[in-house]
Design a protein around this ligand. Structure first.
Ligand code: IMP
Length: 200
């Protein structure tokens, strides 16, 4: 098996997290930036795992390379688990991260609930160009939603999420702490064990 892996995301925040965590696994990485003609994989699945697998298969078959892809989302208890698998499209297709954060806070205010519990969930899949699925792993990070956005680092819903055991949001915490405790990190740490176990 080749020890080179395509990272199937165009999200710079995710790319940075993934390479930080998998960087010393003995593999080399390339990203979709090197494949500008490859389109975007559909995300029509009902679970993070289904979407991660579909994306990994899509990017592997489009490039002929072994591909890793993830899918993730934020589940807010008072909103019945929303936005969940729809986190990226929560405020419509062309909305910004800021639009999604504003909608989430306004839906929570409308709900009248004082329950701020939430969790980030991630699934990471690796697929072969022939379509075989090689590995899937999942990670969960529990926390609460703030009353207003806080912090400038990270991406997406980071300024709204305080992980359990901390007082700062993901957008305020140092990157190395997020990289240790985030949903994606937990899934990627299992992925790393798989990559380390692969013979060249
Ligand atoms: P997808 O995994 O690319 O489908 O994105 C899921 C959505 O959840 C996007 O809107 C992301 O911004 C958001 N999301 C996923 N992981 C994180 C995270 O670690 N921090 C903040 N937002 C995230």
């Amino acid at each position: 098996m080749s020890k080179s892996l395509l990272l199937g995301t165009r999200n710079p925040g995710k790319l940075k997290e993934i390479t930080n965590i998998l960087g010393d696994s003995g593999w080399s990485f390339c990203s979709l930036e090197e494949f500008p003609n490859v389109g975007c994989a559909d995300e029509n699945g009902n679970t993070y795992g289904d979407n991660a697998i579909a994306k990994a298969r899509f990017y592997a078959s489009a490039t002929g390379l072994l591909a890793l892809a993830d899918d993730s989302g934020l589940e807010v208890e008072a909103l019945g688990g929303a936005p969940g698998v729809f986190s990226a499209r929560y405020a419509g297709e062309n909305a910004s991260d800021g639009d999604r954060r504003a909608l989430l806070l306004s839906e929570l205010a409308k709900s009248g609930s004082t329950d701020r519990k939430a969790r980030f969930v991630a699934a990471v899949a690796i697929a072969h160009a022939a379509g075989d699925l090689l590995n899937v792993s999942e990670g969960i990070c529990e926390g609460i939603i703030t009353l207003a956005p806080r912090g400038n680092s990270g991406f997406g819903y980071d300024p709204l999420f305080i992980p359990d055991g901390y007082n700062q949001t993901f957008a305020e915490l140092p990157e190395d702490i997020k990289n240790r405790i985030s949903h994606r990190s937990l899934a990627l740490m299992q992925t790393k064990l798989f990559l380390l176990s692969c013979k060249s």
